[in-house]
Design a binder for this molecule. Structure first.
Ligand SMILES: [Ca+2]
Length: 353
């Protein structure tokens, strides 16, 4: 095993500042980098997609839409931009649109475009939204030839009364390459299905959800998404302990068909503890039924320090012997630690490529 490696990152540049609405006045204020001209908008701590806050856009009348604007974004009509995010509504009868104000190089306003028209009603549960901003022939939808800046518009209405929430918005060049990470849930950003954000009710600290983040399985009741303590993104995985037992977490298996024989697997991760805790990261082969083979491809030991984030990793070639080749179908990445019942271990920014 080669011990020299760089800590990997899969952060993709987001042209929208504060796209998860995490910084700003907190609840009932306006998030940084966003403003409204019509209607009303506030930072909301309704259970969010990423982090602890989202944006609530309130239309007080059916006739007048509520509109929130991003900061100015430098754009070029010949470069396609892709916007993704999440939206939900108060009662399922509200309508949301995504648009942009178009400005020339001197920041003079020239017009509006609407890649997403508010035709359909928005669900009361979070749903994904997606659109592109690009040059083209339709002046109602495309960037104009003289467009040098735009401000993204998040609209609730018209013909929509009540609240719409937005979260986790990202605007990137469509041709920018997403850094590879086989551990798609490695940043622990999304709540698991059916997760309930904490509160007084479940006895967990604020920001800790009572279920494992999406894409993670393991010791039931001892894995949680923690939006209070994190190293990358807006949340981490918080592993709690039980005396005399191991706590385990495991990512979704990666099919061998998606990997190349002999390729060098590189993995890095961040970790932190409430005290000194010995733990292991294991990469193993799984057979057709999902059972692990005897040999571990990687077994990386690490020890947490109290309240201090550290990072480490591994490099290992994916070389299988004849027997393994015959039965192995996938690889699995997991973490195991003997955590005492009064201790906690956090993981974040897990990357495998
Ligand atoms: Ca957020």
């Amino acid at each position: 095993m080669n011990l020299s490696f760089n800590i990997l990152s899969d952060i993709r540049e987001n042209m929208l500042q504060n796209g998860s609405f995490e910084t700003g006045a907190g609840s009932k204020g306006m998030p940084d980098n966003w403003s409204f001209k019509e209607g009303k908008a506030v930072s909301s701590d309704l259970p969010s997609i990423t982090g602890r806050h989202c944006l609530q856009v309130i239309a007080e009348s059916n006739l007048r839409p509520a509109r929130v604007f991003s900061d100015f974004i430098a754009v070029r009509p010949d470069r396609k931009l892709s916007l993704t995010g999440w939206v939900r509504s108060e009662s399922g009868t509200q309508r949301a649109g995504i648009g942009a104000e178009l400005y020339d190089a001197k920041k003079r306003l020239h017009g509006y475009i609407w890649p997403v028209l508010p035709q359909k009603m928005v669900s009361t549960s979070w749903s994904k939204l997606q659109c592109v901003f690009e040059g083209g022939k339709d002046p109602a939808r495309n960037l104009w030839l003289n467009t040098a800046f735009m401000r993204v518009i998040l609209q609730n209405g018209p013909m929509s009364q009540g609240s719409v929430w937005f979260d986790d918005l990202s605007l990137v060049h469509s041709d920018s390459v997403t850094p590879q990470n086989f551990l798609t849930a490695g940043d622990f950003e999304l709540a698991g299905s059916g997760a309930v954000q904490s509160g007084v009710a479940n006895g967990l600290p604020d920001g800790v959800s009572e279920e494992a983040p999406e894409g993670v399985i393991g010791s039931v009741g001892r894995l949680a998404r923690d939006t209070q303590r994190f190293k990358t993104g807006y949340s981490s995985l918080r592993m709690s302990g039980a005396d005399g037992q191991n706590t385990e977490m495991e990512f979704a298996p990666i099919q061998l068909a998606d990997l190349k024989e002999g390729q060098e697997l590189q993995g890095t991760f961040h970790y932190c503890g409430s005290g000194e805790i010995k733990a292991r990261c294991i990469v193993e082969l799984l057979d057709e039924a999902g059972n692990p083979l005897t040999r571990h491809l990687v077994e990386k030991e690490f020890t947490t320090k109290p309240d201090e984030w550290q990072a480490t990793g591994f490099k290992a070639p994916l070389n299988l012997d004849a027997n393994e080749k015959a039965v192995a179908r996938a690889i699995s990445v997991k973490f195991i630690a003997a955590i005492a019942s009064n201790q906690l271990l956090w993981l974040d920014g897990c990357i495998l490529r």
